[in-house]
Write a protein that binds this ligand. Structure first.
Ligand code: FAD
Length: 342
């Protein structure tokens, strides 16, 4: 059912940076509603690499992406954010200092400020142009991410792609599944160490290499896959028996509706003033992967810092005339500002 929500800050995107923005806003007594096109929180971490370790989160020598999201959710929980998942923010309008957001499910969210934490946009995978793909996607035979590697135990898995995701998953699944790696170029674009480990695994016969080949077709009953048809650049074909095709051809980097809201853009990213993350529209802020400024690094840790800067810049919009004295979290403690009212 469509919701009508009044809140202080509307956050577009429940990726790691959007989640941390809930915490930072909450520490300044601002309520948040968070909207995401995906059915689950966590953005790229949940959708693309939940079981992959991340090594550059301060104070975590290694943490799986899913575990990081679980901790961020827990850190935000005392501030009782309202999550509106499985819906895309389509519209943004402003009148008398109040923003109104409209979603694909017909929800209306009213807020004093907006944080765009939309990553690469309401993203989706780049799909291979194969006939009858939709039926195999619906059954889970063709996938673009791995949520639980155990699902592939004992299965015949064709992995297509030449980047880090393809190589990392081939290395991860080789111990439990029969893996064939398909790439249309002899050279892989993965980290040199991973590419070297792939070569060694192939030499030991742990991974079958189909290189240089590209995907040509899918064989099966339209739902259950029995094989993947491959072709050389000259058009010679062969079929590899398979239960699953995992295709890692990257993400489509479409900002979607956000590109049409009049925000200053820089190559599909939102330009911001770096010390506050203000955009060209007063009251609208952008943080995380979507934000662009000189020296920007697309790293989660940098997005965390942007969340803190944006929250402080938003405070006077929500509490006009109220002085904000900087305090450490240890001094303030964690106090809920009350939930967004829906
Ligand atoms: P995202 O995680 O992209 O989340 C944005 C969310 O916004 C998405 O859920 C999307 O659905 C939603 N959204 C977009 N538009 C709309 C809309 N109109 N309406 C509703 N929802 C919308 N970073 C590191 O720091 N360390 C690493 O080791 C690391 N490893 C990585 C490994 C891989 C394989 C990949 C792909 C990325 C890696 N990254 C790493 C990058 C890291 O994941 C990103 O920097 C991070 O996810 C950015 O967070 P975010 O919250 O800005 O955006």
């Amino acid at each position: 059912m469509a919701a009508t929500v009044e809140t202080d800050v509307a956050i577009i995107g429940a990726g790691p940076v959007g989640l941390f923005a809930v915490f930072e806003c909450g520490m300044l007594r601002m309520r948040c509603a968070v909207v995401d096109a995906l059915d689950a929180i966590g953005g790229q971490c949940t959708a693309l690499y939940p079981e992959k370790p991340i090594y550059d989160i301060p104070a975590h020598p290694a943490i799986d992406a899913a575990a990081l999201i679980e901790k961020l959710e827990r850190q935000a929980a005392p501030f009782t954010p309202l999550y509106l998942l499985g819906r895309r923010v389509e519209r943004l309008t402003e009148a008398d200092g109040e923003f109104t957001l409209g979603t694909s499910q017909g929800d209306t969210i009213r807020a004093r400020a907006v944080i765009v934490a939309a990553g690469a946009g309401a993203f989706g995978p780049n799909r291979p142009p194969l006939e009858k793909l939709a039926g195999y996607e619906a059954s889970g035979a063709v996938r673009y991410m791995v949520a639980r590697r155990e699902e592939f135990a004992g299965k015949r898995v064709v992995i297509a792609g030449g980047g880090d995701s393809a190589v990392d998953w081939a290395l991860s699944l080789k111990g439990i599944a029969r893996v064939t790696m398909v790439h249309r170029r002899p050279k892989f674009r993965a980290a040199p160490d991973s590419a070297a480990r792939l070569e060694q695994a192939a030499a030991r016969g742990e991974i079958e290499m189909a290189v240089p080949y590209q995907l040509r077709g899918l064989e099966g009953d339209g739902s259950r896959l029995s094989g993947v048809v491959l072709a050389t650049l000259k058009g010679e074909t062969r079929t590899v028996p398979a239960d699953h095709l995992l295709a890692f051809f990257g993400l489509s980097m479409e900002l979607g509706p956000i590109a049409h809201w009049g925000l200053g853009l820089d190559h599909s990213h939102v330009s911001v003033e770096p010390s506050t993350c203000r955009t060209s529209i007063p009251g609208v802020f952008a943080i995380g992967d979507v934000a662009a400024y000189p020296g920007k690094l697309k790293l989660i840790l940098q997005g965390f810092s942007e969340a803190a800067m944006a929250a402080h810049a938003i405070h006077p919009l929500v509490f006009p005339g109220e002085a904000l004295h900087f305090e450490y979290s240890t001094t303030k403690g964690v106090q809920a500002p009350g939930a967004a009212s829906g």
